[in-house]
Design a protein around this ligand. Structure first.
Ligand SMILES: Nc1ncnc2c1ncn2[C@@H]1O[C@H](COP(=O)(O)OP(=O)(O)OP(=O)(O)O)[C@@H](O)[C@H]1O
Length: 262
């Protein structure tokens, strides 16, 4: 089934295979999200049209309250929009029931979020491989060893979350997201609780995931240096894209953010 036949749109976001891995782009059409009702109603997203190619690495930035997390949650199928559409490859998320959406999140999407959601009774190793175990997928030992080593967790694998520091717990959650090699990786302030070396390692890993394995990476961040690891930066203002930067360096990101807040 092609993107255009499934979605009725021509041509839709791309879906391709890179090194045997299926990858998919994301697209939003007139995406709107409102919270509350009546006088307390807030329009967090106000008609967002966005196309994120398969295998791209995009940072979403903007002032506090501009809708970054809401956009990420709608793209990831964690939150249902009040208007418009979200496509993952040819699939419109709004057309799926909760079960199908849960399956897509489990099988095709990875989350690098600040809340770790580690299971306290499982070791770090079991937490990392849990999504693969649940999906009945084989654990690729070489892949697991490489991800764990790059995050400095090799000698922590037999510890439970309560025996790890906050930063180590976050790294376990990151390893869990990376090891499944999902088609799409969402990261919300992924370097917030990391020391700078581990933060740089993670950002390089996200960049490699996009460049080498063709995974689509979407990251929300306030940090211009973190954002400069992405190939594209989309700036949101009042729930709408206000600027779009191609291969920006930290200085041009700061300039764009400053002119946005004027
Ligand atoms: N569950 C909710 N109920 C009501 N309003 C909400 C809810 N979640 C977000 N909002 C509102 O929607 C708007 C966008 O919020 P969002 O969290 O997406 O912004 P953000 O750009 O991620 O902000 P920050 O940088 O501060 O995390 C804000 O005005 C916020 O108050």
């Amino acid at each position: 089934m092609t993107a255009s036949t499934a979605s009725g749109l021509a041509p839709g976001p791309s879906a391709r295979r890179t090194a045997g891995l299926r990858t998919a782009g994301l697209r939003t059409i007139a995406l709107t999200k409102e919270y509350g009702a009546g006088r307390t109603r807030v329009r967090a997203l106000d008609g967002v049209d966005l196309d994120l190619d398969a295998g791209s690495f995009t940072a979403i930035m903007g002032p506090s309250g501009s809708g970054k997390s809401t956009l990420l949650h709608c793209l990831a199928g964690l939150d249902r929009p009040t208007g418009g559409q979200v496509f993952l490859g040819p699939t419109e998320l709004g057309s799926l029931d909760d079960r199908a959406l849960t399956r897509i999140r489990r099988d095709r999407i990875g989350f690098v979020f600040q809340s770790f959601n580690l299971l306290p009774t499982l070791t770090a190793r079991a937490n990392i491989t849990l999504p693969l175990d649940l999906a009945g997928r084989r654990v690729d030992r070489a892949e697991l060893d490489a991800v764990v080593a790059s995050l400095g967790l090799t000698d922590r694998l037999d510890h439970r979350p309560s025996e790890l520091s906050g930063g180590q717990q976050q790294r376990v959650a990151i390893a869990r997201a990376l090891v499944t090699r999902p088609e799409v990786l969402f990261a919300d302030e992924p370097t917030g609780a990391l020391d700078s070396i581990t933060g740089q390692t993670l950002l390089s890993q996200l960049r490699r995931a996009s460049l080498e394995t063709g995974q689509t990476v979407v990251m929300v961040t306030h940090d211009p240096i973190a954002a400069s690891y992405a190939a594209r930066v989309v700036l949101l203002s009042d729930g709408r894209p206000a600027d779009d930067l191609d291969r920006p360096d930290p200085e041009s990101i700061v300039r764009a953010l400053t002119s946005l807040s004027r």
